[in-house]
Design a protein around this ligand. Structure first.
Ligand SMILES: [Zn+2]
Length: 288
């Protein structure tokens, strides 16, 4: 089995360790490329012995390490990322990024609550000179979405939550997405799918990606993002099983990498079609 080193390398230099992306396209490419590099790093780890090294260059100024400079480093993230608190999704690591690259907000189920929106608003208003991208990142097997699916499938499970307002807050905003995803699965695969054992898992995974897409759309609307080259909202699902980001796309069965938020109802209809046609969702249903 190979040994894998992931190294944060600080070197004294006069320029940024890595140039900041000039627009949202460049920022999106960098994150997608970074995630593929991270995922590939461990692809052949079981093949043979040896050493694999991944070096992430880090600017010493970001930790106040350059002699002669005073004060605190200037904040300059190129992407704001709303992710889940799940410990298996370490955001900087999975995108191959280091300190001062990402403005990260993590809450269970990556929900768009008041504090999350306020944090994003701060980033947009105060870090606009470097910020090019807002990312909503769900992940496979999300516990918050799983809980919402289980309440949807068995409404009696909601009763023990009657006085747990903080938990209900998380679940309530997910239930509409779960209901929409269930309608789509039933419409495409027929009512019998609800009796198939893979249905629950298919519904969980369909809801996770739909939730991320809806949140990216909401962020786009909330902040009136109209110049996509300057700032863009994108979304994706981090797959714990492959370490890659997944968004189903029509005509693209693998669907690797972050995708722009749907722009309108037609965009969501396309996404719903892509979800039910995707290999991933089909695999849960066919595994019967
Ligand atoms: Zn989660």
């Amino acid at each position: 089995m190979k040994t894998v080193d992931i190294i944060y390398r600080y070197e004294a230099r006069d320029t940024l360790a890595r140039p900041l992306p000039s627009d949202s396209n460049a920022a999106l490419l960098r994150l997608n490329h970074g995630n593929r590099a991270f995922a590939a790093l461990l692809d052949h780890v079981k093949d043979e012995s040896g050493l694999i090294q991944q070096v992430i260059p880090v600017d010493p100024r970001d930790l106040g390490l350059v002699l002669g400079e005073t004060g605190i480093p200037k904040q300059r993230p190129f992407a704001a990322i709303l992710g889940c608190s799940d410990a298996r999704v370490p955001v900087e690591l999975i995108f191959n990024e280091g300190p001062n690259d990402l403005f990260v907000i993590r809450v269970a189920g990556n929900g768009l609550g008041t504090e999350v929106l306020g944090s994003l608003k701060y980033a947009v208003e105060h870090l606009g000179s470097s910020l090019k991208l807002i990312v909503v990142l769900g992940h496979s097997g999300c516990g918050a979405v799983t809980a919402a699916v289980d309440v949807f499938l068995n409404p009696a499970d909601y009763l023990p939550l009657a006085t747990k307002h903080s938990l209900r807050n998380i679940l309530d905003r997910l239930l509409l997405v779960v209901q929409t995803s269930a309608k789509k699965l039933l419409a495409v695969f027929g009512p019998d799918i609800a009796r198939c054992a893979g249905y629950r898992q298919a519904l969980i995974e369909a809801s996770i990606v739909t939730n991320a897409a809806l949140e990216a759309y909401s962020i786009q609307q909330e902040f009136g993002i109209s110049e996509p080259a300057k700032l863009r909202a994108v979304y994706g699902v981090y797959l714990l099983e492959t370490r890659e980001i997944w968004v189903p796309r029509l005509g693209n069965m693998k669907g690797v990498g972050l995708a722009p938020a749907p722009r309108d109802l037609a965009g969501f209809v396309d996404l719903g079609d892509a979800i039910v046609q995707s290999d991933r969702i089909a695999s849960y249903i066919k595994s019967e």
